[in-house]
Design a protein around this ligand. Sequence first.
Ligand code: ATP
Ligand code: MG
Ligand code: MG
Ligand code: MG
Length: 488
Amino acid sequence: MKSQDITATWYDYFAAKGHTKVPSASLVSPDPSLLFTVAGMVPFIPYFLGLETPPYSRAVSVQKCIRTADIEEVGKTARHGTFFQMCGNFSFGDYFKETAIPMAWELLTTPVEGNPETGLRGYGLDPERLWVTVYEDDDEAYAIWRDQVGVPEERIQRFGPEDNYWNTGQPGPGGPCSEIYYDRGPAYGAEGGPAADETRYVEIWNLVFMQYRLSAVHSKSEFEVAGPLQNKNIDTGLGLERLAMILQGVENMYETDQVRPVLDRAAQLAGVTYTSTEDPADPKHSTDVRLRMIADHVRSALMLISDGVRPSNEGGGFILRRLIRRVILAMRLLGVEKPVFGELIEVSKNAMQGVYPEVAEKFETIQRVAVKEEQAFLRTISAGTERLQTAVTRAKSSGSALSGEDAFALHDTYGFPLDLTLEMAEEAGVSVDQEKFRELMTEQRERARADAKGKKSGHADTEVYQELYAGRPTHFTGYTEHTTESRI
Ligand code: ATP
Ligand code: MG
Ligand code: MG
Ligand code: MG
């Protein structure tokens, strides 16, 4: 099933269940406390907080999302993209668990061709491969899964607040959630459900039950429940790419129909073969990870530029810049030094325009923005290369390693990434004093922190929802952050 068909089935199913179709909001978050839209519920925040009355009591959407918190996972796990689409159904004081849970099950397990009685189409997943989790105290959800839906007890697991409790990080609504996982089979890891292995058992859908009023939130796992909410809400999110990966029988989300063409073109440009490996011990792994990352980031850049983001040194513009630079760097590490962005982004446009016609309409502008940014970065790289060569010569003649100071100056002053320094120094037979480099990076980070005067920039995966209401700006610390693929 193509991604476009997954979306169509999603809308049709929930429309048949009385939901109003709400188009995706922009990737630039409509909520001022967030930089990007990180989940399907973001555009509905005012309704969930009771600040505004929704014009409908049930809504369905397929929301474009960006999660920069997941950037280091991209290409390494099968399931994390910086851009992805979250399919959601929402109830504002209308139905609750007793309806949301059986609907989710029905949609996942109804045959693709449709149920002859109801006429509804589904995703045809094998019920035996589905596992569910509930919050440790949520006996209601447990009973609905077991008694109403018929999931055997062995495939229902109870998780603690770290995983299965949603709140805003502040006094306000909160509640347990219940997640659905798909078992990819013994080839992918140990038996034992999601509690044992999240690679074999892939999380596909999160159902959040907003049912309590919290009077205090101390941490993710410590909060005080004041009582039930008058209006109970449902907020769910299913990862379109994760479902596509299952339904298309591919190894990971980067091999699905909206992403794979970019991966293939990148491999072709680099003259390398992609092998689908997830095993870090496999010598092909680093090439595969780079190709997957390139495919992901090119798509994210396409969608961000389409939504009006422009490369810059701060906020969302910096994230876009970083995505573009990581692609260029990864291509270089695959041996390609000529400009590639214009071509890759066009391939991505072709894969996305069926669902997002605006990327075709605005393509000339999108491509111009990306290509201009690439040219600027390539100039940076060539200027840095000269300086690097001087440093290499100096190191060679004194028989020592390339100094941490030189590597740091290249990075800090000339924007020349450490990975490239390492790679080029290695070619010249010189090692790099990485310890000193890291020391200087840490010092710089501490200076930056002092400058930020208490502005928080926590970005842990689990904080993604927390940041929604905490009122703190979500800004990115990429310049000072240690990453593996690049330290741009
Ligand atoms: P994971 O534990 O796999 O990182 P999550 O618990 O952070 O996922 P949720 O916040 O519950 O994810 O989001 C709801 C759904 O959105 C997930 O069940 C998943 O299908 C999808 N999703 C979340 N993050 C990503 C991502 N980075 N790329 C693709 N899909 C994602
Ligand atoms: Mg999770
Ligand atoms: Mg989740
Ligand atoms: Mg996550």
